[in-house]
Ligand binder design. Structure first.
Ligand code: FE2
Length: 289
């Protein structure tokens, strides 16, 4: 095999594929034809598939909408973590419930979830659902974080969750120079970080290096992806973020036969034929609910 043939094979061969070994067919009764993996004799890297998150900068009108939500929440002053309902892990000053009065869900969140599925495919959470329901915004809140406060490693409930950085009063480069952090080998101080398990089984942290430049950025991630927020120091300003969860609206269901979204209670043939793994294209049908 010459070098050009190798290059062609390297281009044409999928970097990661599942091949059924010959004995599988006999012992499991499968009908798939066994195709040996074509691995070229030039090195190539192989990366197993893994999920991730989406990030996007919101436009000015979206940020105006969210700041309006925050001002309304301050007036209403409905805390999401009252003494009888400790829903959040954060060790922070205040978290107020937000009301999506201008349908930020419809404009930004639901399309972003569809984008996630286009990029990554279905999440394990969605695959686990037996039927096909549209997403809905389950809850949304604003966090007011002062210096020394933190949000320990935690996960959310739902299918997708999100965080939006509204006000970041500190810069990691300055925070890292403080005496509490300048001898540390970690890049934790003041940052937001996702945690996941790598191919060695080690828990790995992916920090978002916080600075005012992160204001206006939304991160959308599977709700079960662990994450944390590390404290910042010395600044007396307040760090403001918005968080929320998206779940399945089980009151509605996509009927593949009619192509319509119906109320679950009106569907007598609800179990007739339901695609167990709704495609991103079908997910787009839900945008606008
Ligand atoms: Fe969180």
């Amino acid at each position: 095999m010459n070098r050009e043939e190798n290059k062609r094979l390297n281009r044409e061969t999928k970097p990661h594929s599942i091949v059924t070994p010959p004995h599988w067919e006999n012992s499991h009764g499968g009908n798939d034809e066994y195709i040996p993996v074509q691995i070229p004799n030039v090195p190539r890297s192989c990366r197993p598939p893994s999920l991730g998150w989406m990030e996007m900068r919101l436009d000015g009108s979206d940020m105006d909408c969210l700041w309006k939500y925050i001002e309304t929440a301050k007036k209403e002053n409905v805390t999401i973590n009252n003494s009888a309902n400790k829903r959040l892990a954060g060790n922070i000053s205040s978290s107020l419930t937000l009301v999506d009065s201008d349908n930020f869900f419809r404009k930004v969140l639901d399309p972003l979830c569809a984008q996630y599925q286009l990029m990554f495919g279905d999440t394990p959470n969605i695959k686990a659902t037996p039927s096909m329901h549209p997403l809905e915004l389950v809850d949304m809140w604003v966090n007011f974080q002062k210096k020394h406060e933190f949000n320990p490693a935690h996960t959310h409930t739902g299918i997708f969750s999100f965080v939006i950085f509204m006000k970041i009063p500190t810069n990691y480069r300055d925070q890292k120079k403080l005496s509490i952090a300048n001898l540390s080998n970690s890049d934790a101080i003041s940052n937001f970080a996702f945690s996941y398990v790598d191919i060695f089984g080690n828990i790995t942290h992916h920090p978002m290096i916080m600075s005012p430049e992160y204001e206006g950025i939304i991160l959308l991630f599977p709700s079960s992806l662990p994450h944390q927020v590390y404290p910042f120091y010395e600044s007396d300003e307040t760090r403001i973020t918005i968080s929320g969860n998206l779940g399945l609206n089980t009151k509605l269901i996509f009927d593949e036969n009619s192509g319509l979204i119906k109320e679950t209670s009106l569907l007598s043939e609800v179990n007739k034929k339901i695609d167990p793994t709704p495609s991103p294209q079908k997910r787009n049908l839900f945008s606008g609910l």
